[in-house]
Design a protein around this ligand. Structure first.
Ligand code: RB5
Length: 153
């Protein structure tokens, strides 16, 4: 699996750790920045990672800012992206089982490293449950299509 990775300064420290864990576990990582703790605007970096998933250049992405909120807002603007802001193991697992999350958003100022590492592992290894959730995600995709094509959702 190939993953894009991006953060602003608020998520920078955790992004550096996430890159190390992903590499340790054998994933291919495309780190799109930011590359220092200097203050930047989160949309500039998060958009790069979300675009990579939207265009099919990477399978998934991990995006981080201080809270993960801005990162998830930006990522969900991109067609085909299902970005999920997760705070614990339960939300990380459910985001895969029920939402087929393809972008994990986390808050670098909220999560401790051990928790973030465990959440990341669960998110990477939990399959999508399908079934009724497949139907619901088809409805989400249909809403996205209508909006893009100027129809009433
Ligand atoms: C930056 O100070 C902070 O606003 C940003 O990292 C993020 O938390 C936004 O949602």
């Amino acid at each position: 699996m190939r993953l894009a990775l991006a953060s602003d300064h608020g998520g920078f420290e955790l992004k550096e750790a996430v890159r190390g864990w992903l590499q340790e576990w054998g994933y291919q990582v495309v780190d799109l920045g930011t590359h220092s703790p200097e203050s930047v605007d989160y949309p500039d970096y998060i958009a790069l990672a979300a675009a990579a998933v939207s265009r099919g250049e990477t399978d998934r992405a991990v995006v981080l800012c201080g809270t993960g909120i801005g990162a998830s807002i930006v990522a969900n603007k991109f067609p085909g992206v299902r970005a999920t802001l997760c705070h614990d193991i339960y939300t990380a697992r459910m985001s895969r089982l029920h939402n087929d999350s393809n972008v994990l958003a986390m808050g670098g100022r909220i999560l401790g490293a051990d928790l973030a590492r465990e959440m990341l592992k669960v998110w990477l290894e939990t399959p999508f449950e399908g079934g009724r959730h497949e139907r619901r995600l088809r409805k989400v995709a249909e809403i996205e299509r209508k909006i893009l094509e100027g129809e009433k959702p």
